[in-house]
Design a protein around this ligand. Structure first.
Ligand code: NAP
Length: 482
């Protein structure tokens, strides 16, 4: 799929920046060029912001039932085109076709949820007469309204899911959107954007700027006409955006090193099965991937045996082959980085139980045991198919270790002890906690977002719609009547 034009305000336009330069989109599995997209420049950013500012005026005045109808048409188109979108997604991202189908298949339902939530923008009435000296002559209420122009910046790892989780709630709430997808996965974002455009979005309401985040990001983030930045990506880039955004709304969905605790009373087979999925789905490139397992020392050997048996069943290879369960990382350079982290962990004393070999952009699913919880392999986000296992003598120590990184996106525990489960949910600083499952689980309607360096704000459709609006407080001043 080659695009030589940019989508600005819902129409395909020749890039203004003169060069008309195209950049290749490459399959991480075999290096073939799977498409090209234009590289936007400063003049294109300006055109998109001007167009989005006009679009925001039109769209905020469009009644919610009309916005909802357009979104429902977009959802139907996303369903119809799901198989094509999955193919593009798998090819440019390297995830298995099965994973790509599951991801693309969620688009329609996310958009439908957003269409509904956009019709539910209730305010509150205020009991002003409870204020001393205020009578019944005044009526107060809150009035939710769209924020205006939203800039959505998305990462490579879920190029359909995370685009949908931003675009659909932003549009449902009545905002215009400028999307900047990851440079490695722009084709999925463009295919999804087409569903919204073909559904009948008015002019100006949706733009997609392809090109480097490092070059486009600062201009978009610092622009005063942009009223909200919704960013999903690494903690480093999120911190940078926070430092330049100025006074505007900001949602940051950032990095993680998600822990799972396994206690002696847990169902070990369930824990091993879930970790063997949750550590390696999407080749471990998931913000809620299981990176650390903290297992009670009395069952460490049994757990490692059970986990190794399950992880050995994974097959890496061609993402298009149905037998493949773990696809490639996004680039060979990323695979080299993960390979280097495994080597560093081993030289620091961890034991490589299995896997870890690299072939191009693929890494054989790896388990490390005896990991020092303070080591970089536990503390820093690994973002690859690697699970680092440490041990703890009791649940209190396990909670301390779970909390010992700068991150706080998600955590899990396997136990049948209700007291331990309650202690874990209350004491672990993570935005999502799973009891008897790993953090790698998400329903699109649930509030979703991190604590600590994992971010601020919540996605999940209802929460995202709320964060894409701002609220006015209105007071009607009547006269006292007799
Ligand atoms: P990334 O390098 O931070 O990039 C994310 C997006 O930001 C891309 O579109 C990128 O554009 C853009 N970008 C890069 N530099 C920028 C700048 N200076 N200003 C504005 N935008 C900029 O992250 P990634 O490698 O794509 O994704 C992996 C990260 O995302 C991991 O840390 C993962 O944990 C996190 N993530 C978090 C969640 C969550 O819900 N918390 C979900 C998924 C992923 P280019 O591609 O052009 O560089």
């Amino acid at each position: 799929m080659t695009r030589s034009e940019l989508l600005i305000g819902g129409t395909w336009q020749t890039p203004r920046s003169g060069s008309g330069r195209l950049t290749d989109v490459v399959s991480p599995f075999d290096g073939r060029i799977v498409g090209q997209v234009p590289v936007a420049g400063d003049a294109d950013v300006e055109a998109a912001v001007v167009s989005a500012s006009r679009g925001a005026e039109i769209w905020r005045r469009t009644p919610a039932h009309e916005r909802s109808e357009i979104l429902l048409r977009a959802a139907a188109l996303a369903d119809e085109r799901s198989e094509q979108i999955a193919q593009v997604l798998s090819t440019e991202n390297g995830k298995t076709r099965r994973e790509a189908r599951a991801e693309a298949g969620r688009s329609g339902s996310i958009i439908r949820l957003a269409a509904f939530e956009g019709t539910q923008l209730y305010g509150q009435t205020l009991p002003l007469d409870a204020n001393p000296g205020t009578g019944l002559d005044k009526v107060g209420f809150t009035l939710p309204q769209p924020v205006g122009v939203v800039v959505a910046i998305t990462p490579f790892n879920y190029p359909a899911l995370l685009v949908n989780h931003k675009i659909a709630p932003a549009l449902a709430a009545g905002n215009s959107v400028i999307l900047k997808p990851a440079s490695t996965t722009p084709l999925t974002a463009l295919a999804l954007a087409e569903c919204f455009i073909d559904a009948g979005l008015p002019e100006g309401v949706l733009s997609v700027l392809t090109g480097s985040g490092g070059e486009l990001g600062d201009r978009l983030a610092a622009d005063k006409r942009v009223r909200k930045i919704s960013f999903t990506g690494s903690t480093g880039v999120g911190q940078h955006l926070a430092s330049i955004a100025g006074v505007k709304k900001l949602s940051l969905e950032l990095g993680s090193s998600a822990p799972v605790v396994v206690l002696p009373d847990a169902d070990l087979d369930l824990a091993a099965t879930a970790v063997a999925a949750g550590g390696y789905t999407n080749a471990g490139q998931v913000c809620i991937s299981v990176q650390r397992v903290i297992v009670h020392e009395s069952i460490q050997g049994d757990f490692l045996d059970a986990l190794s048996d399950k992880v050995r069943q994974h097959r890496i290879g061609d993402p298009e082959d149905d037998a493949t369960t773990v696809g490639t990382l996004i680039t060979e350079a990323e695979a080299e980085r993960v390979e280097g982290s495994i080597r560093q962990a081993v030289s620091a004393g961890a034991r490589l139980e299995l896997g870890g070999d690299r072939d191009g952009a693929m890494i054989e699913p790896a388990i490390l045991s005896g990991v020092d919880p303070a080591a970089p392999i536990a503390q820093d986000e690994i973002f690859g198919p690697v699970v680092a296992v440490s041990s703890a003598p009791d649940v209190t120590t396990a909670v301390e270790l779970a909390n010992s990184t700068d991150y706080g996106l998600a955590a899990g525990i396997f136990t049948n002890d209700v007291d331990a489960g309650v202690q874990y949910m209350r004491e672990v600083d993570a935005g999502n906690i799973h009891i008897n499952w790993t953090p790698l689980w998400r329903a699109d309607l649930m509030p979703y977002g991190g604590l600590k360096d994992s971010g601020i704000g919540k996605e999940g459709v209802r929460s995202a719609v709320a964060e894409m609006t701002e609220s006015k407080t209105v007071v009607i001043h009547g006269s006292p009547w007799s």
